[in-house]
Design a protein. Structure first.
Length: 244
């Protein structure tokens, strides 16, 4: 899952089927987004039909973040696609994602190329069989995007409120209800990268969608894996250690 790959680079990989010198390249075309079309979503009729009051919205947001913050460990398969209207094409990547508190997020990309992406609150590591690069998030404009994803996964309401406005929110019934939230960037850094973020989930983020400034839409859909072990393997420990 190449979160930070520009469109021409992705196209070259698919056509040539060989690794370039740098599999992951930081570019102005952000490849991080999150969207909707998940089979386990609750039916729309389960949501409140009327627009919630400010007080209700605050309570609903709190419920969402409480559900997310209670999830300390997650293994899931993912399918990511980026649709670029100007080209009339969609590019896909697949693999597995591991979220573990307090370590961070580990993306293990299977297609179109094999690679690992390790995210912590301070560092981003991009690793392939032949290359490895390390980025300090507070020194890169893309650090705000990586942090946004971590904040959503962990339910860090305070951090998200600092960077985003909630434009729409829907929550189903029950303690582990399905929810849907729409965000627009508040910080000047994020406003330069994308227009909106939409996320849907229950106790974890099931899908996300980000529309960037060129109106390209990236979607990521998550499905839990059969491996529900909460213990990190030695290989996973080693990858997270790279980001220390």
């Amino acid at each position: 899952m190449n979160l930070f790959q520009s469109q021409p680079q992705c196209q070259n990989k698919l056509q040539n089927q060989r690794l370039p010198k740098k599999v992951f390249t930081m570019s102005k075309t952000i490849f991080l987004t999150v969207s909707v079309s998940f089979t386990t979503l609750i039916a729309p009729t389960a949501f409140a039909k009327n627009t919630a009051s400010a007080q209700q919205s605050t309570a609903q947001a709190q419920q969402i973040f409480n559900q997310l913050s209670a999830q300390k460990f997650l293994r899931a398969n993912f399918i990511q696609s980026k649709k670029i209207p100007s080209l009339g094409k969609t590019f896909k990547s697949t693999g597995q994602v591991l979220y573990s508190q307090p370590q961070g997020v580990l993306w293990q990309i299977a297609t179109p190329v094999k690679a690992d992406l390790i995210m912590t609150d301070k560092t981003l590591i991009q690793k392939t069989a032949r290359t490895q690069s390390k980025i300090t998030l507070d020194k890169s404009p893309y650090g705000a995007v990586a942090n946004m994803f971590l904040q959503l996964m962990s339910g860090d309401q305070k951090a998200l409120n600092k960077n985003f406005n909630i434009t729409s929110i829907q929550v189903g019934q029950g303690s582990n209800a399905t929810w849907k939230i729409a965000l627009t960037p508040k910080s000047s850094t994020l406003k330069k990268l994308f227009k909106s973020v939409n996320a849907t989930g229950t106790s974890y983020v099931q899908n996300m969608q980000i529309v960037d400034m060129s109106n390209a839409t990236t979607t990521i859909q998550f499905t839990p894996t059969k491996n529900n072990s909460n213990a990190l393997s030695s290989a996973e420990h080693a990858l997270f250690k790279l980001a220390q």
